[in-house]
Ligand binder design. Structure first.
Ligand SMILES: [Zn+2]
Ligand SMILES: [Zn+2]
Length: 135
């Protein structure tokens, strides 16, 4: 399976092959401010499963975190960690909606009070612990 996506203007595009390792939500202040939305929804793929075309601008969101966005439209498309083997694709950047279901929420303390609970989803006080395939 290959799924495509990209930014709002189409200058940055991606092709993701296979299934994501995991899919989650983050309520942290960085994710909020980056997207201007109250939480971030994303799918994590192995880095080698995703092909990117187009040139991105990069915001250094932490020591290792690199947020890639389109310099033309400002659309958030993906994030990488220096030295990491994963790529975080924004769920909203996929061309086809409703392909993935998040299984966890990070930084739960920053969650908006008006959001309904999402049943059957795990909560983390900070970032999800652990890496790789396991949820
Ligand atoms: Zn764009
Ligand atoms: Zn976050």
């Amino acid at each position: 399976m290959t799924l495509e996506g990209g930014c709002a203007c189409g200058a940055v595009r991606f092709e993701a092959s296979g299934e994501p390792w995991r899919c989650g939500l983050c309520h942290c202040m960085t994710c909020r401010k980056l997207g201007g939305s109250v939480f971030n929804a994303f799918a994590i793929f192995p880095r080698e499963a995703v092909r990117i075309t187009g040139t991105t601008a990069i915001f250094r969101s932490s020591e290792r975190g690199r947020q890639h966005f389109c310099p033309a439209c400002g659309g958030q498309v993906f994030a990488l960690e220096t030295g990491g083997d994963e790529i975080e694709l924004r769920l909203g950047a996929f061309d086809e909606p409703d392909r993935f279901r998040p299984t966890y929420e990070g930084f739960i303390g920053r969650r908006e009070g008006w959001l309904p609970p999402f049943p059957g989803i795990r909560h983390y006080a900070g970032n999800r612990e652990g890496r790789g395939r396991t949820e």
